[in-house]
Design a protein around this ligand. Structure first.
Ligand code: AP5
Ligand code: ZN
Length: 217
C-alpha cells in the first residue's frame, strides 16, 4: 500500500505515520526527518536546505524530489510506504506520479488530517522529544514523567526543533496554505482523497484513519 499523509504543521502526520509503520508495516518516509538529518550531518543537501527550514519556508522541489526518488527504490519500500510531508507542492505531486509510474506502482490513498489553525500553533509550540531515542512529548498533551525522565529509554535529555517557535510556525502555516493546499483538488480529482478530523484525541484520529484506509482498500 502507498499512502500520503497530508496536513498542516502539527496536524499529527508524524504521530500517525509512526503508528501506521508499527501496525501496518508501511515504511514512514518523512522528508522533514530526512532534511533535519541532512542539516545535522552538514551534508550538501543539508547546507542547501537549512536556511529555508529555519525560516519555515519550503526547500526547493528539486532537492526533495531527488531524496524521495532515491529512497523509494530501496528494498524496505517494496511492501509499501507512507509519505509524511511529501508531496507539498503540485510540482512535487506531479514528480511523484512519474516516479510511481517508473517503478510500476500506484498511489492507494491520500489522507488529509484537518485541524484548525489555533490548535496547530499550540501543538507545535509545545512539542519536544527525547534526545536519546526520539520519543515525542508535549508540554500540555503528553508530558514526561514527573522527574523529567523519558518513559521509553530513561534519558533525561530532551530537544526542541529549531523551527518550533510561534513566528516560524506561522510561516509554515502560510506556506501550507499557499503551496500545499492546492494538492487537495489535485488528489480529489484523482478520486484518492480521504479526510479525517485531526482535532480529536490521538487514538480517535488513528481509528478514523484505519477505517478510511480499510474501506478504501
Ligand atoms: P516537517 O518535518 O514535515 O514538519 P511539518 O509539516 O511542519 O509537520 P510537523 O512535523 O511539525 O507536524 P506533524 O503533522 O508531523 O505533527 P506531529 O505528529 O509531530 O517539515 C519541516 C520543514 O522541512 C518544512 O517547514 C520545510 O522547510 C521542510 N520540508 C519538509 N518536507 C518538505 C517538502 N516535501 N518540500 C519542501 N520542504 C520540505 O504532532 C505535533 C504535536 O502535536 C506533537 O507534540 C504531538 O504529540 C501532538 N499531537 C499529535 N496529534 C495530536 C492529537 N490528535 N491531539 C493532541 N495532540 C496531538
Ligand atoms: Zn528516550
Amino acid at each position: 500500500m502507498i499512502v500520503i499523509l497530508l496536513g498542516p504543521p502539527g496536524a499529527g502526520k508524524g504521530t500517525q505515520a509512526q503508528r501506521l509503520q508499527t501496525e501496518r508495516g508501511l515504511v514512514q518516509l518523512s522528508t522533514g526527518d530526512m532534511l533535519r538529518a541532512a542539516v545535522k550531518a552538514e551534508s550538501r543537501v543539508g547546507l542547501l536546505a537549512k536556511q529555508a527550514m529555519d525560516q519555515g519556508q519550503l526547500v526547493s522541489d528539486d532537492i526533495v524530489v531527488q531524496i524521495i526518488a532515491d529512497r523509494i527504490q530501496e528494498k524496505d519500500c517494496a511492501n509499501g510506504f507512507l509519505l509524511d510531508g511529501f508531496p507539498r507542492t503540485v510540482a512535487q505531486a506531479e514528480a511523484l506520479d512519474v516516479m510511481l509510474a517508473d517503478i510500476g506502482r500506484k498511489l492507494d490513498a491520500v489522507v488529509e488530517v484537518t485541524v484548525p489553525d489555533h490548535i496547530l500553533v499550540d501543538r507545535v509550540s509545545g512539542r519536544y522529544a527525547c534526545a536519546a531515542c526520539g520519543e515525542g512529548y508535549h508540554d500540555k498533551f503528553k508530558k514526561t514523567a514527573v522527574d523529567g525522565v523519558c518513559d521509553k529509554c530513561g534519558s533525561k535529555e530532551f530537544v526542541r526543533r529549531a523551527d518550533d517557535n510561534a513566528e516560524t510556525v506561522q510561516a509554515r502555516l502560510d506556506a501550507y496554505k499557499a503551496q500545499t493546499e492546492p494538492l487537495l483538488p489535485y488528489y480529489r480529482a484523482k478520486g484518492v482523497l480521504l479526510q479525517v478530523n485531526g482535532e480529536q484525541p490521538i487514538d480517535k484520529v488513528a481509528q478514523e484513519i484505519d477505517a478510511a484506509l480499510d474501506v478504501d482498500s
